[in-house]
Design a protein around this ligand. Structure first.
Ligand code: HEM
Length: 327
């Protein structure tokens, strides 16, 4: 039997001890997310790797006179701007049940009069599930099912305990029923952005979309019925009675408010109603080939350094490229 020198043994043990920590500390890469989504949700060719289940819709946006007066932003000129929307369920499962206690999404692509685009892609939770890409990736990796196909709940719990930033979204989802309809949920932008005002100053903002139909969740009975596909029909039925509208509510941040952590909600701040998002019809295929990359911003808006926001562009681009080429 070969004799291993003691010094070498101690060295290998030390390397083995630090390796898992070093692996976790490595910066998350965009493709890591695409790979881990496939491990959790399976491979679904030609389909979005996140928010796989959803429905397209169309309508427009008109800024409020207050927003037009205060901001130097192309989106807030006050003219009606056509919008392509997509409502969705979070996760990479195209057959996710509509009663799932997971975030819903609302994405919108505005086409400005000069042809330029502005995208938003929002969630129904007032906080995101992690403070940065590494923490989000760690949570996803802990959520990969075991060999028997079941989630390793102890592993997920241990990860959440060691990473408290992953707890508030889960707590919110446990405490609030999923939306009764796509039209009866608030949708949060979550990241911090900057918006130019008329004096040339860049104002620190966050925002959410407030449904004019009011906020309404599924009742306990409806949750028990476990109807897997009602959201698209309910939206169509609602649209038969006229447009669905959301107010775009902007909050003005103070110096202490987080600029780069979407897992932390700002305290209540002064707000401005920036205008009305209007949805006129749903169920067309118009949003199929849209990448709602939230860093595509029109004149007047700029992105913060939030690392989660920064990670979204390359991750969405990979998902977009794959699904367009049938992967
Ligand atoms: C590092 C963090 C994130 C990653 C890796 C990620 C990843 C993805 C991917 C791969 C897609 C599919 C894109 C496509 O094929 O077009 C997607 C869609 C989406 N994500 Fe994220 N996401 C992240 C954070 C967020 C956050 C913070 C929000 C909300 C503020 C959000 C909201 C959405 C919505 C609404 C969609 C659906 C867009 C559509 O309908 O096409 N995501 N995400």
């Amino acid at each position: 039997m070969p004799v291993v020198p003691l010094r070498k043994l101690i060295l290998s043990a030390a390397i083995a001890a630090v390796l898992p920590i070093a692996a976790q500390a490595a910066p998350a890469q965009p493709n890591d997310f695409i790979e881990v989504f496939a491990k959790i949700f399976g491979e679904h060719k030609g389909i979005r790797k996140g928010h796989a289940k959803g429905v397209c819709a169309v309508g427009n946006f008109t800024a409020s006179p207050e927003a037009t007066a205060r901001f130097d932003a192309a989106l807030f000129s006050g003219t009606a701007i056509p919008v392509s929307y997509r409502f969705s369920l979070a996760g990479g499962n195209p057959a996710a049940p509509d009663y799932a206690r997971s975030p819903r999404g609302l994405a919108a692509q505005f086409t400005l009069p000069d042809g330029s685009k502005h995208n938003i892609a929002t969630l129904t939770t007032p906080v995101f599930g992690a403070k940065d890409p590494e923490s989000f990736l760690g949570l996803l990796q802990a959520s990969v099912p075991r060999a028997d196909g079941k989630p390793d709940l102890a592993k997920i719990q241990a990860f959440r305990a060691a990473n408290p930033d992953t707890q508030p979204q889960a707590q919110w989802l446990a405490a609030n029923p999923p939306p009764w309809s796509y039209a009866t949920a608030e949708y949060f932008g979550l990241h911090t952005f900057y918006l130019a005002d008329k004096s040339g100053e860049k104002v620190k903002i966050r925002w959410h979309l407030q449904p004019k139909d009011g906020v309404k969740g599924l009742s306990a009975t409806e949750l028990e019925q476990q109807n897997a596909n009602f959201l698209d029909d309910r939206l169509k039925q609602r649209l038969a009675d006229g447009a669905v509208e959301f107010d775009w509510i902007i909050s003005f941040g103070e110096a202490a408010d987080s600029e780069n952590d979407p897992s932390v909600q700002w305290p209540a701040r002064p707000t401005l109603n920036a205008g009305t998002l209007r949805i006129n019809a749903s169920g067309d295929a118009g949003c199929g080939n849209i990448n709602f990359d939230p860093n595509v911003l029109s004149r007047g808006f700029s992105a913060s350094d939030d690392p989660v926001l920064r990670m979204r562009s390359p991750a969405y681009a990979i998902s977009f490229g794959k699904r367009l080429s049938g992967q």
